[in-house]
Ligand binder design. Structure first.
Ligand code: C2E
Ligand code: CA
Ligand code: CA
Ligand code: CA
Length: 278
C-alpha cells in the first residue's frame, strides 16, 4: 500500500508538473500573441424582432494562431483571466470594437450598436470607466452605441459591488446587458436593483424550445419577466425558423444566432449586411 501510495504520488507530481508546464507555455504564447497582434474580432449581427433589420453587433474575439489556426475564446479567455493577460487583451477589444462602430458609420450603417463581452477583471478594474470614456472620445462615438455584456454569474458574484460599478458606467450613457441569463441564479430582488437595460436569454434555453416544454416555458417566462422590469430581451443562439417564430410570438425584441449569421470578420459582415439590407 505504501509503495503504491508513493508511486501514485510520483505520478501525481509528474502530472502536476505537466499541467504547470503546459500553462506556462500557453501563457507565453498568449503574451506573444498580444505582441504579434494575433487577435481579431468577429462580429455577429443582432436582428430586430419586429422589423427584420440589423440593429446591433456582438464582437467576439478569435486568436489567429500562426500554426494552430483560429482558436476559440472559450479556450484562451480562461487562461488569459488567470494570468492577468486579459487586461491588455480586453483593452484591445474595446479599442477595436469602437473603431469598428466608426468604420460602419462611414459605410452608411450609422445606427448600429456594438456589444462587447466584459471579463470580470476588466469589470472590476478601477480604470475601466475612464478607458471606455477615452476610447469613445478617440473615435467620437456617443456612449449609447456601446453595450457592455456581463454574465449573470459575474453580476451575482458580489451583487452590491456590481450595482455600484454599473451605476458608474451608466453615466457614460452605455447600455448594460446581462449575458447568459437563466444560468446564474440571480435573485429577483437583485435583478430589479441592477441598473441593466438588456437581458440575453441563454442559448441553452433557446436550443430546445421546440422539443422541451420546460425550456419553452423558461424562455417565455424570462421574456415576460424582463419586459415587466422594463428591460429589452435578446435571444441568443437562434438557429431555426421554428425558434424564431416562437420567440417572435412571445415578443422577444432581438434575435441573434446562426439562423441569421455566424460571427464574421468585418469585411465579410459588411458584405452580408449590404445584402441583408437590400
Ligand atoms: P457568449 O458571450 O455567450 O457568446 C455567444 C457564443 O455563442 C459565441 O461563441 C457565438 O459564436 C456562439 N453562437 C452564436 N450564435 C450561435 C448559434 O446560433 N448556435 C451556436 N451553437 N452558437 C452560437 P464564441 O464566439 O466562441 O465565444 C464564446 C465565449 O467566449 C463568449 O460567450 C464569451 O463568453 C467569450 N468571449 C468572446 N469574445 C470575448 C471577448 O472579447 N472578451 C471576453 N472577456 N470574452 C469573450
Ligand atoms: Ca456575449
Ligand atoms: Ca451569452
Ligand atoms: Ca456563454
Amino acid at each position: 500500500v505504501k509503495e503504491h501510495g508513493r508511486n501514485s504520488y510520483q505520478f501525481f507530481k509528474q502530472e502536476m508538473n505537466d499541467v504547470i508546464q503546459m500553462k506556462l507555455i500557453l501563457e507565453q504564447e498568449l503574451l506573444n500573441a498580444i505582441e504579434q497582434n494575433e487577435f481579431c474580432l468577429y462580429y455577429q449581427p443582432q436582428i430586430c424582432g419586429k422589423e427584420h433589420k440589423i440593429i446591433g453587433l456582438e464582437a467576439l474575439i478569435r486568436w489567429q494562431h500562426p500554426e494552430k489556426g483560429l482558436i476559440s475564446p472559450d479556450f484562451f479567455i480562461p487562461i488569459a483571466e488567470e494570468s492577468g493577460l486579459i487586461i491588455p487583451i480586453s483593452q484591445w477589444v474595446l479599442h477595436e470594437a469602437i473603431k469598428t462602430i466608426a468604420n460602419f458609420k462611414e459605410f452608411g450603417f450609422s445606427n448600429i450598436t456594438m456589444a462587447i463581452n466584459i471579463s470580470q477583471q476588466q469589470f472590476k478594474s478601477e480604470s475601466f470607466h475612464d478607458e471606455i470614456a477615452r476610447t469613445l472620445k478617440t473615435f467620437n462615438i456617443p456612449g449609447r452605441f456601446l453595450e457592455l455584456e456581463i454574465t449573470e454569474s459575474q453580476a451575482m458574484e458580489n451583487a452590491e459591488q456590481t450595482i455600484e460599478i454599473l451605476h458608474g458606467l451608466k453615466k457614460l450613457n452605455v447600455s448594460i446587458a446581462l449575458d447568459d441569463f437563466g444560468t446564474g441564479y440571480s435573485s429577483l430582488a437583485y435583478l430589479k436593483r441592477l441598473p441593466i437595460d438588456i437581458v440575453k436569454v441563454d442559448r441553452s434555453f433557446i436550443q430546445d424550445i421546440e422539443h422541451d416544454s420546460n425550456d419553452a416555458e423558461i424562455s417565455s417566462a424570462a421574456i415576460s419577466l424582463s419586459h415587466n422590469l422594463g428591460l429589452k430581451v435578446i435571444a441568443e443562439g437562434v438557429e431555426t425558423e421554428t425558434q424564431l417564430a416562437f420567440l417572435k410570438s412571445h415578443n422577444c425584441d432581438v434575435m441573434q444566432g446562426y439562423f441569421f449569421s455566424r460571427p464574421l470578420p468585418e469585411n465579410e459582415l459588411l458584405a452580408w449586411m449590404k445584402s441583408f439590407a437590400s
